[in-house]
Design a protein. Structure first.
Length: 150
């Protein structure tokens, strides 16, 4: 029998579904090219969570501090004074003036204010500590009161 020239190789027969591949062969999975591209566009599992745990991750994403972050604005003071005494968020104003300012600013816009208050009471981003219990009670009282007025 004559030897085949190097450029010619014997034909490879298609494998049967239940047959074992020849030893040393590579197995491939048929994949749609579009699915493969989409898979490469996604970051690996856990990468985003790991980045968010870095100490400086949120520093560049938060807005710059303003003077009203540390003290109540005049509008917020007026808002607190006009609230019924049993609803006034005293601890919130003392410990989180920025939050009190935001609530006071949105108080007249019912739907927006109710949405803001609901967002403060539920953790939408996951793994947040939330407000201290006494502040949370004040925010809940404000939300209940806001729902009862026009």
């Amino acid at each position: 029998m004559a030897a085949l020239p190097f450029a010619q190789t014997p034909p490879v027969l298609p494998s049967m579904p239940n047959s074992k591949p020849p030893p040393g062969s590579l197995e491939f999975e048929l994949t749609d090219l579009g699915d493969a591209r989409r898979a490469l566009d996604l970051p690996p599992d856990g990468l985003i969570e790991a980045q968010q745990m870095a100490p400086d991750y949120w520093t560049g994403r938060r807005r710059s501090p303003t003077p009203t972050d540390r003290a109540l604005t005049g509008d917020a003071m007026d808002w607190v004074v006009h609230l019924p005494a049993e609803v006034r968020p005293i601890v919130l104003c003392e410990r989180f003036p920025r939050v009190a300012n935001a609530i006071a600013q949105t108080w007249a816009k019912r739907a927006y204010c109710e949405s803001l208050l609901a967002g403060m009471l539920t953790d939408q981003r996951g793994k947040r500590r939330g407000f201290p219990p006494e502040v949370q009670v004040e925010i809940e009282r404000l939300a209940q009161y806001r729902a009862t007025i026009a």
